[in-house]
Design a protein around this ligand. Structure first.
Ligand code: B12
Length: 354
């Protein structure tokens, strides 16, 4: 398939492409060198690498939405930093030029399709992203108060707020999805729009992981059905809260879980499957450029005689953008969130039990 071949070619040449794109852009916009500080220039090279990585994944999966979503996200991020939209648009144009100059004509149509759809969306007027703590949602008042406390640095009070809500009858699953998940999404939005800094996001995330851990006496009390799920992230993926929620919801539903968290090399995941013989492997990726790694991991699992019968479930940010992506990577199933994940596994119960 042309799109996967060209994705692989680009992957092998990422750094050179990123440098070449910046060189081309500086040729077309020489004044950029005066407008940007040395630090901004360094960041721009990093951005070019991200352009290449996201495009590469969109090509791998033949999925324009993955590249479009990236560009729209980056547009809002750069806007909050005062970077003009024309700089971003031009960098994408230069990426297209660079790739066409580098690779044979047979790949041009495939690459142009994704780049031109991306540019089209980039140049559309867009509303700023809206809060995730929407008033109409259940427990939104609790989520707002919880986030306010975390942003003030009051993690113990935030913990008390959650313990109190539990005592008053708020279900753990609602607290997870409506409070922890939505406040995490809101933190991302606040960072992306320049309203909080990286340290604030780190503090709040660490505090929420601590508050979640305090709920474990309630979670690990559930009767076990004897079905094991191994849950973790592919290598280099640092976002672990989503897959931890998946593991906790599975545990709450009576599955036995073996949670390995972020950044787990394929070989270690396979060794875990061989050692623990789970019925299900739940794999998470948040950064779109880790999708190819998910596909590679699944291929390795399928090739291994000792664990090729495991059911592979995937999920995370890119899988929620492109609803067919789970099939592209060769998984058996996918779910949008922790609640749906339990539903999907329960619906497959007879398969899972065998
Ligand atoms: C916290 C955070 C971090 C932390 C993570 C720490 C940790 N211990 O986990 C750190 C600081 C490491 C981090 C780093 C980065 N981050 Co970050 N991060 C976030 C943030 C704010 C919250 C993530 C989170 O906790 N979500 C809450 C969980 C519960 O939600 P979830 O992951 O979606 O999971 C649910 C579903 O997706 C699904 N699901 C997830 N996995 C699975 C698996 C299976 C099997 C199934 C069935 C379902 C499923 O179910 C889950 C539960 O309901 C998000 C914002 C966001 N919108 O998510 C940004 C965000 C994901 N990060 C972002 C970015 C850009 C980065 C960095 C590139 C920043 C940088 N320049 O370095 C790096 C990349 C690191 C890497 N290589 O992985 C962007 C990504 C944008 C994009 N277009 O891709 C986001 C969206 C922020 C933003 N709005 O701009 N980040």
């Amino acid at each position: 398939m042309d799109h996967q071949v060209v994705a692989q070619l680009i992957r092998n040449d990422r750094q050179n492409i990123a440098e070449e794109v910046l060189r081309l852009q500086l040729e077309i916009m020489p004044e950029m060198a005066k407008r940007y500080s040395a630090y901004q220039m360094e960041k721009t090279i990093q951005d070019m690498k991200y352009h290449v990585q996201f495009l590469e994944t969109a090509l791998f999966a033949d999925s324009p939405p993955l590249f479009i979503n990236y560009l729209c996200w980056l547009k809002e991020l750069l806007e909050s930093m005062g970077v003009p939209l024309r700089d971003l648009s031009m960098s994408v144009v230069c990426l297209g030029k660079c790739l066409n100059a580098r690779y044979p004509d047979i790949y041009h149509k495939t690459m142009d399709k994704i780049i031109s759809e991306g540019l089209e969306h980039l140049n559309m007027a867009a509303l700023p992203s809206e809060t995730f703590l929407v008033e109409e949602l259940p427990y939104s008042g609790l989520a707002v108060k919880y986030l306010e406390l975390l942003l003030k640095g009051e993690r113990f009070q935030a913990s008390e707020l959650i313990q109190d809500a539990l005592k008053r009858g708020a279900p753990i699953k609602e607290i997870y999805l409506q409070v922890f998940q939505n406040t995490q999404y809101e933190l991302g939005r606040l960072w992306q729009t320049g309203k909080i800094n990286v340290a604030q996001e780190h503090y709040c995330t660490a505090a929420s992981q601590f508050v979640m851990a305090e709920l474990y006496p309630y979670i690990f009390r559930t009767a076990n059905q004897g079905i094991t799920v191994v849950a973790g992230c592919v290598g280099n993926e640092l976002h672990e809260v989503g897959i931890r929620m998946i593991a906790d919801f599975m545990e709450l539903s009576g599955f036995n879980t073996y949670y390995v968290g972020a950044n787990t090399p394929a070989e270690s995941i396979i060794a875990t499957l061989v050692a623990h013989k789970p019925s299900v492997l739940a794999i998470s990726a948040t950064m779109t450029f880790h999708v190819a790694e998910v596909a590679e991991l699944i291929q390795k699992v399928r090739k291994s005689k000792e664990c090729n019968d495991v059911i592979v479930m995937v999920g995370g940010y890119p899988f929620n953008i492109d609803k067919n992506l789970w099939e592209t990577v060769g998984a058996d199933c996918y779910a949008r969130n922790a609640e749906e994940a339990v539903g999907v596994l329960l619906a497959m119960k007879s398969e899972v039990e065998n």
